[in-house]
Design a protein around this ligand. Structure first.
Ligand SMILES: Cc1cc2nc3c(=O)[nH]c(=O)nc-3n(C[C@H](O)[C@H](O)[C@H](O)COP(=O)(O)OP(=O)(O)OC[C@H]3O[C@@H](n4cnc5c(N)ncnc54)[C@H](O)[C@@H]3O)c2cc1C
Ligand SMILES: NC(=O)c1ccc[n+]([C@@H]2O[C@H](COP(=O)([O-])OP(=O)(O)OC[C@H]3O[C@@H](n4cnc5c(N)ncnc54)[C@H](OP(=O)(O)O)[C@@H]3O)[C@@H](O)[C@H]2O)c1
Length: 378
């Protein structure tokens, strides 16, 4: 058994400190920022399988914490009790608490202190939509700015916050191709809202603030694995960062000499700037390892072109592959992309298999039941 699965394996409470080897921008001249990270597992004995994820334990940006401390009138040196130790509140906020993302429970707890009529109204069950609109793009700092609470006690501030959650990233490498390393593909979250520059905690930590070592642990995923049969064909649909596990799959199949055919659908904004790992895919196509490579550039023309449009255009071939036993994998955005890809699959079954909507739905379900339709979506 791999050490990543045994009882001495790192966990979120007892992470492995992995040395950061590479932090490289994958987009060139794009308004997106997707980065490739290489982390060392040197002499750790740790291992993983393609399809697994890595959990990363981030730290908050000290600038964001200082803004929050300023808003509540604390210096940061105030001592707070964490489990069995006393620590300055600034350190506690940087390392141990989620200081940005807001939930309804947090707004309720905040309003138990602030007693703001506006928040009380928004928290009424009848005002669900207005509350969701209010929450969008807001963080805890926005509550303290709109409803100042100078003089709040440090313990009461921490009482509003959840412990810092780790973030998962689909592993983008095969350990057979990169001995004692693990690679990630991360979209860095940066945006503006309500007059402030914002950033995702973990993606910006990886991009901007990590020191020499990253605390992390493996998160095995037995439901997103290559077929046991090396000769089984696979179809991979992974736009954006959804590409990550498929880089691992292809590296694994090349390293093991698996004979099955491989077909990749990738999409992103522009071919000139966002072809993530483009040189690798072109090489695999030339070498014949990638039998199919279909690329959807959403912003290279007036009409949106997405991976599911490419699937529909190749519907006949795709249906034949699936009827011949291919495995179908989807990775990336859960909220829209994965649903649209699922719909495209059913449309293909109707068009190419002469199925009614119901029959197409049942056919897709049967693929899932046979574990030939697998998703890693977030
Ligand atoms: C199994 C799994 C695998 C994953 N694999 C990958 C992967 O390979 N690569 C990858 O990049 N991510 C992956 N993710 C997502 C990843 O775990 C993080 O959720 C992501 O990096 C964002 O985390 P963060 O800490 O940077 O942002 P957070 O601090 O968590 O902030 C994100 C929040 O910011 C807000 N937000 C974001 N954009 C905007 C905007 N424009 N306007 C207003 N609000 C906004 C939203 O509320 C959003 O929920 C995966 C997730 C899972 C569960
Ligand atoms: N804050 C930001 O500026 C920013 C930017 C990018 C990503 N993100 C976040 O980063 C995370 C991951 O980003 P990512 O690189 O994996 O993906 P992504 O940037 O969200 O999308 C990758 C590609 O998928 C396309 N796409 C959008 N909707 C689709 C749909 N319904 N079906 C199929 N394809 C669709 C996108 O096109 P279009 O975008 O042209 O529609 C783009 O070409 C997400 O959480 C996302 O919210 C934030």
């Amino acid at each position: 058994m791999s050490q990543s699965l045994d009882s001495s394996a790192p966990t979120k409470d007892n992470p492995y400190q992995s040395k950061l080897l590479v932090n490289r921008l994958l987009n060139q001249g794009s308004d997106k920022e997707t980065r490739h990270f290489e982390l060392s597992l040197l002499q750790s004995g740790l291992t993983y399988e393609p399809g697994d994820s890595l959990g990363v334990i981030p730290e908050n940006n000290p600038r964001v914490v200082d803004e929050l401390l300023h808003a509540v009138g604390m210096s940061g040196a105030e001592e707070v009790q964490l489990a069995d130790r006393s620590t300055p509140v600034r350190d506690a906020l940087i390392h141990s608490f989620a200081c940005t993302v807001l939930s309804k429970i947090q707004v309720k707890k905040f309003n138990d202190i602030a007693h703001a009529d506006k928040l009380s109204g928004l928290l009424e069950p009848a005002n669900r939509d207005a509350f969701a609109d209010y929450l969008w793009g807001r963080e805890l700092i926005d509550l303290f700015t709109e409803f100042p609470q100078q003089g709040i006690r440090p313990d009461d501030l921490l009482g509003l916050l959840r412990p810092m959650p780790p973030r998962l990233y689909s592993i983008a490498s095969s350990i057979k191709a990169h001995e004692e390393e693990v690679h990630l593909t991360v979209a860095i979250v940066r945006y503006q809202s309500h007059g402030r520059d914002r950033e995702g905690v973990c993606s910006s930590y990886l991009a901007d603030r990590v020191g020499e070592y990253i605390p992390c642990y493996f998160h095995p995923n037995k439901n997103f694995k290559l077929p046991q049969d090396p000769d089984a064909p696979i179809i991979m649909v992974g736009p954006g960062t959804g590409i990550a596990p498929f880089r691992a799959f292809i590296e694994e199949r090349r390293s093991t000499g698996a004979g099955g055919k491989n077909w990749l659908f990738f999409g992103d904004r522009s071919s000139a700037t966002d072809y993530l790992y483009g040189e690798e895919w072109e090489q695999y196509r030339q070498d014949g390892l990638l039998t199919g490579l279909d690329l959807a550039w959403s912003r290279d023309q007036a009409e949106k072109e997405y991976v599911q449009h490419k699937m529909l255009a190749k519907g006949k071939e795709l249906f034949t592959w699936l009827q011949d036993g291919a495995y179908f994998y989807v990775c990336g955005d859960a909220s829209r992309m994965a649903k649209d890809v699922d719909l495209a699959l059913r449309q293909i079954a109707s068009a190419e298999g002469g199925m009614s909507d119901e029959e197409a739905g049942a056919w897709v379900k049967s693929l899932q039941k046979e574990k030939r339709y697998l998703k890693d979506v977030y």
